[in-house]
Ligand binder design. Structure first.
Ligand code: FBP
Ligand code: MN
Length: 637
């Protein structure tokens, strides 16, 4: 323990501040003992998910079944005492307590006996799950009204005397007599789920393709502990909500093509009616492409063209294709190849000034822009993405980001210039993250344009591709649709390259991993989510229904607990009714990625390191009290 003589003034000032929270020696050593107990517990379970793409029901189910972890525990403790059907019933009750209880009531299954047995099962499960947390943490996870009772029920030893048993049985009696069974079941089901997942990481792409990203956001906003790494689709929405018209046009296009107008119209109160009316009025129906799709494609080509003109440093001149369309022949020539266009319906195309919006397009886009800026719910969701999200995160020796760090072909970090200053590696990621925040706070054109660049630029940390929106919109030949990727997506299969990247972000442990989303893992074709000899894990498994044909599964979750890392591949989710009526769970397969050489304790985690530092500081405070350098304060009250 250091003595006060060696402390700097600055550190002493810090200790004095700390003394406000721990005003006496007793308060200080009590906290030291608490913290010391915490660092010696096993680390909590982290769950990782990515590429949710608006698939709210599947996401919600996996949150509810805690990626299948609750089933594993139920099967473990009730293997001999319950039938498989009884276990399934119990599981569905934990996943959807309200809906399942309603159903059981209608089926006249809910009797006093049933309630007693069920409460007992729930308590046993909660007891098992709470064993690796401090009592205080478990108590905090309970709803205040039930804290005392549940705490009592959880903390009895199996071999304790008969009195204890009688005492518990009396508590159950009172729960039944007071008619509070339902509330207790809710509280216990929540507690079980809360204890099964200590922390959630979302590695990007919450938005687009599926219908209900807004519901996912509402849910995440109530989660007890999470962080988000932005995906290209999230950045696109953030840019749109900050007012970038190029981002707005892409958001509209993504959702119009998937018939997800609901998220915009009823989710965020953004009316697409003027755009729909304009499209019906000006575009033809004949060629099988929806007028609204045609209208937004043209607006998008124009707005993206303007952004490319504003930023020669993006090096995207080769994406200026709109002015090259030959309307008379219905073709476009790319390089030395001429392709037919899938439509020649371009009523607002002006060959003299191809990239300027027509007056009607201009009016529609400025109205929609105001609606994006004024949508209270959208702004709230985006603020949450900013407050709980970032481009990357390093956590317990894992480096998390959606896409990739731009690399050169030889594996060195690619230098990218902002205002003439070079950035690469981690510094580049920090700069891009900073610009994203600036876009939302300052709403300046250059940061807003960069949000669009991040959506589709080849040196973007979240996209990393030459995105071929023009070809995908107007040319049938899929050869033209291929989107060359930054070298990161090739080199991340290489162990040494991954170790170098981890090192750049301050992770030197042999247990370090890069965890990514963004590129669907084609399990059907034999691809594996685990690459680079275990150093890189990609968990884009295809929550997005449109991609499940190619991935062959319906999403991954990565689970990192004190024993190691494993990955769960989930099979397609039916629907909530199937769960309720037939107890249909999502089937998942578990694969161990890595075992820890020894059990990971909280003291070994990033948070544990902070706790150990705090213990040092509290010891210093205790010494200062004992030496009279800092005086104890009278305890209040
Ligand atoms: O990050 P993701 O999910 O790959 O989405 C971006 C990709 O989506 C696309 O816009 C294609 O979208 P769709 O698959 O919905 O047609 C590509 O051009 C782009 O590379
Ligand atoms: Mn992505």
């Amino acid at each position: 323990m250091e003595t006060y003589g060696t402390y700097s003034d600055y550190y002493l000032r810090y200790l004095e501040l700390l003394s406000k929270e721990y005003p006496t020696q007793a308060a200080t050593f009590t906290e030291i003992i608490n913290l010391q107990a915490i660092v010696n517990l096993p680390k909590g379970t982290e769950h990782f998910m990515s590429d949710l793409h608006g698939e709210y029901e599947a996401f919600y189910h996996i949150l509810n079944n805690c990626s299948g972890v609750i089933r594993e525990k139920v099967e473990m403790i009730f293997a001999n005492s319950m039938t498989p059907e009884e276990r399934d019933d119990l599981l569905t009750l934990i996943y959807y307590p309200k809906e399942k209880l309603d159903l059981l009531k209608r089926q006249h299954i809910v009797t006093d006996d049933w309630a007693r047995t069920t409460l007992n099962h729930l308590i046993r499960l909660a007891k098992l799950l709470s064993s690796k947390y401090t009592r205080s943490k478990v108590r905090k996870a309970m709803p205040p009204a039930f804290r005392f009772v549940i705490d009592e029920l959880l903390h009895s030893q199996p071999d304790e005397d008969k009195n204890r048993h009688v005492y518990h049985s009396k508590i159950f009696d009172t729960i039944l007599e007071t008619g509070s069974t339902r509330q207790f079941i809710y509280a216990l089901a929540n507690l079980i789920k809360r204890l099964a997942v200590d922390h959630l990481h979302i590695i990007g792409d919450i938005y687009d393709r599926g219908p209900h990203a807004d519901k996912i956001m509402d849910n995440l906003m109530h989660h007890h502990s999470l962080d988000i790494q932005w995906g290209n689709h999230d950045v696109l929405w953030m840019g749109a909500a900050a007012g970038s018209q190029a981002c707005i046009a892409n958001v509209l296009r993504n959702n119009i093509r998937y018939h997800n107008m609901e998220i915009l119209e009823s989710g965020y109160g953004i009316s697409l009616r003027p755009l729909a009316l304009f499209a019906l009025d000006r575009y033809r129906q004949e060629d099988g492409i929806e007028p609204m799709v045609k209208a937004i494609n043209v607006i998008l080509c124009k707005l993206e063209g303007q952004a490319v003109f504003r930023h020669p440093e993006y090096n995207m001149d080769d994406r200026l294709l709109f002015h090259k369309i030959n309307l008379k022949q219905g073709t476009i020539t790319l390089g030395n190849q001429t392709y037919p266009l899938i439509t020649t319906d371009f009523p607002t195309f002006n060959p003299q000034d191809p990239y300027t919006l027509s007056p009607e397009e201009h009016r529609i886009m400025s109205d929609i822009q105001s609606e994006f800026l004024e949508s209270e719910r959208l702004q709230r969701h985006m603020r949450f993405l900013y407050s709980h999200g970032s481009l990357y995160r390093s956590c317990n020796n894992n480096l998390l980001f959606h896409g990739g760090v731009p690399l050169n072909a030889d594996g060195s970090f690619k230098t990218i210039y902002f205002d003439g200053r070079p950035y690469k590696g981690r510094e580049f990621m920090d700069k891009a993250d900073f610009i994203a925040r600036q876009a939302f706070e300052k709403r300046d054109e250059s940061s807003l344009d960069y949000m669009w660049y991040m959506w589709c630029g080849t040196d973007s940390p979240v996209s990393g591709r030459i995105v071929k929106t023009f070809e995908r919109s107007y040319i049938a030949d899929k050869e033209t649709w291929k989107e060359p990727q930054n070298d990161y997506y090739r080199l991340n299969r290489d162990k040494d390259e991954c170790i170098k990247i981890l090192h750049e972000f301050g992770i030197d442990s042999p247990q370090g991993h890069i965890i990514n989303g963004h590129t669907p893992v084609k399990v059907k074709k034999g691809e594996s989510p685990i690459r680079a000899e275990g150093r890189e894990i990609c968990i884009d498994g295809g929550f997005c229904k449109a991609y499940q044909d190619s991935t062959g599964i319906a999403g991954y979750t990565l689970i990192f607990n004190s024993h190691g890392i494993r990955i769960k591949a989930h099979y397609p989710f039916k629907d909530v009714n199937q769960v309720l009526m037939n107890n249909v769970d999502i089937d998942s397969e578990s694969m161990q990625v890595e075992m820890e050489p020894k059990r990971v304790m909280i003291g070994d985690t990033d948070n544990g390191k902070k706790i150990l530092q705090m213990i040092d500081d509290l010891n210093a405070l205790l010494a200062a009290y004992r030496q009279g350098t800092i005086l104890e304060r009278a305890e209040e009250g």
